[in-house]
Ligand binder design. Structure first.
Ligand code: TEU
Length: 541
């Protein structure tokens, strides 16, 4: 590399800790499991691991309800296990980026227990957002805000006050107009930077600031850009302080924001030399398999982010959305449940064509890894895993299932424990002899284990390995300039300097490849010298 910061084009692998690998046989992944797979991750060729919340937590929302930001949940290990993992990962050339959850705590956090025990108006209550209710006897919530998981965003406590929770009632929102909250998180960041972490993924980065007047939501067009609790101006002040803390440390520590911004321009506001380094590009994730829209997303992303000097990122899946093998195998476009228009509450889903979805997912991997900037790989996407859509109802654990009144099955289908080896569940998820896995795995995953794919040149695992190897070798795939090439309708083709091209065929017919180009890697067998539909190639040109 030419001395540019590592995070500008890093490939970051998302470890959903409870479903990655189970070191102690309790059916839930843990730090020891991650440690045992470091050679696998190094051989895959990623640069860093983002690890979902590992803090002490009652697990009401799979760890996004944090009871102690300075300790590890006993289900996952101990603080010294985490320190050992950070050191071992660094030995393997892998950086570690834990999740941080600043929008809310667990209702079991010391602060919230103190708030409940204290008087209305007390300093303990002012760490959260407590308000009297409406109506003569306080019996109505203070406003009409809704929880992302369904139901009102307010819960009433014994003395009649209500507290705000944009997510589950077990996740009370912190009050970011209180300086004590700022100081606490500054200290938590230092706690982990001192222990060697290379950055943080910031949960709900767009949600921390609330309009102090707590006005009702009106669904008016103005509200989109001046929303009472999403993407408000005040959040940027918070991240300026966080950036200055990160910059106190050597080694380019970095932040990635989980911010669902209404436009790429609004997303760019998080990304400044004195703000955050990167943010997930959810426009790319949400884009259906459509060449015009895909090209628009790539253009809008690169234009608005280069205007602020930030690298784009590309992400296809994570632990909150249906896996993209399944999304791309459907006619119906996937829309996040809280972004559906009124009356569209329930998506009517067609049966996915998983063979089609798999071909597209492989092509999408080559597209994503050839674009300028950084990329995220969600655990299991390198194995080509589809969404598990037939989990039995009594196995579902996502709070969204109950909170939505059982209308949203929730996010468990993308969180099923990984299949590593063997011919039947739990597919080597735990240690020798263990039969436990916190969600059941489909028996047909026997063909998708890491073991079954290793060494099979046609497997998705080997496609990812080959792509990541080339990405490290080719200068063009760092910050090499990108330019679109002329291409037939339905084909995305772009050049990266020097001497590299990527062609993605999103049309229904086989397409000729540019003359004189040498194929470096293909997501599918070529049809003579033509690129079949739903396939992509990397070329030396
Ligand atoms: O997700 C945030 C989240 O779900 C919303 O902010 C977002 O608006 C919506 O999904 C998009 O339509 C994060 C975590 O990734 C998730 O797992 C947690 O449940 C949630 O925060 C609460 O901490």
């Amino acid at each position: 590399s030419d001395g540019r910061p590592w995070w500008r084009d890093a490939v970051i692998y998302q470890v959903y800790i409870r479903s990655f690998a189970d070191g102690d046989g309790d059916g839930m992944g843990d730090i020891e499991g991650i440690r045992s797979k470091l050679p696998y991750l190094r051989d895959l060729g990623v640069d860093a691991l983002w690890i979902n919340p590992w803090y002490r937590s009652p697990q009401a929302d799979a760890g996004y309800d944090v009871a102690d930001f300075r300790d590890i949940d006993p289900r996952f290990g101990t603080l010294s296990d985490a320190e050992k993992l950070i050191a071992d990962a660094h030995e393997h050339g892998l950086r570690i980026i834990p999740d941080i959850v600043p929008n809310h705590t667990s209702d079991q956090h010391r602060w919230f227990r103190e708030a409940l025990a204290a008087e209305p108006g007390s300093p303990e209550r002012r760490r959260y957002i407590f308000r009297p209710g409406r109506g003569a006897g306080n019996e109505e919530p203070p406003n009409n805000w809704r929880s992302v998981f369904g139901g009102p965003a307010w819960t009433r406590v014994a003395d009649g006050e209500w507290y705000l929770h944009l997510f589950a009632p077990e996740q009370p929102d912190l009050n970011w107009s209180n300086p004590e909250v700022h100081d606490e998180f500054a200290d938590v960041l230092r706690f982990w930077f001192d222990r060697g972490v290379d950055g943080f993924r910031i949960d709900v980065a767009h949600g921390l600031a609330k309009d102090p007047a707590l006005p009702d939501l009106t669904d008016s067009p103005e509200e989109r850009l001046a929303h009472p609790h999403w993407d408000r101006d005040e959040v940027h002040e918070i991240y300026r302080r966080w950036r200055s803390i990160a910059d106190e440390y050597p080694g380019e520590r970095k932040f990635v924001a989980e911010a669902w911004a209404p436009s790429p321009e609004r997303l760019a506001r998080y990304l400044r030399p004195d703000g955050l380094h990167t943010a997930f590009n959810f426009d790319f994730l949400k884009c259906p398999w459509d060449p015009e829209r895909m090209r628009e997303v790539v253009d809008a992303t690169t234009t608005s982010l280069s205007a602020v000097g930030a690298p784009p990122t590309w992400v296809l899946s994570n632990h909150d959305v249906p896996r993209h093998v399944t999304r791309y195998g459907r006619e119906t476009e996937w829309v996040p449940h809280d972004q559906r228009k009124l009356g569209e509450d329930e998506l009517v889903l067609d049966e996915p064509d998983l063979a089609l979805g798999t071909r597209r997912a492989r092509a999408a991997a080559l597209l994503m890894l050839a674009l300028p900037g950084g990329a995220y790989v969600y655990q299991g996407e390198e194995l080509g895993l589809p969404e598990v859509e037939d989990l039995p109802e009594d196995a579902l654990q996502d709070p969204m299932w109950e909170r939505s009144g059982r209308t949203e099955r929730g996010r468990d289908g993308c969180r099923v424990p990984l299949p590593w080896s063997g011919s039947h569940p739990p597919f080597g998820f735990g240690p020798q002899g263990s039969t436990a896995s916190w969600l059941p795995q489909p028996p047909e995953w026997r063909n998708r284990t890491a073991e079954a794919q290793e060494g099979d040149a046609n497997s998705t695992l080997e496609l990812y390995r080959a792509a990541l190897r080339l990405r490290r070798e080719l200068d063009a795939l760092g910050e090499g300039r990108m330019s679109w090439m002329d291409a037939p309708v339905g084909v995305l083709a772009f050049h990266r300097d020097p001497g590299f091209a990527c062609v993605v065929n999103m049309s229904a017919a086989p397409q000729p490849l540019p003359a004189h180009a040498r194929v470096l890697l293909a997501s599918d067998a070529l049809d003579g010298d033509r690129l079949p539909p739903d396939a992509a190639v990397w070329l030396a040109d």
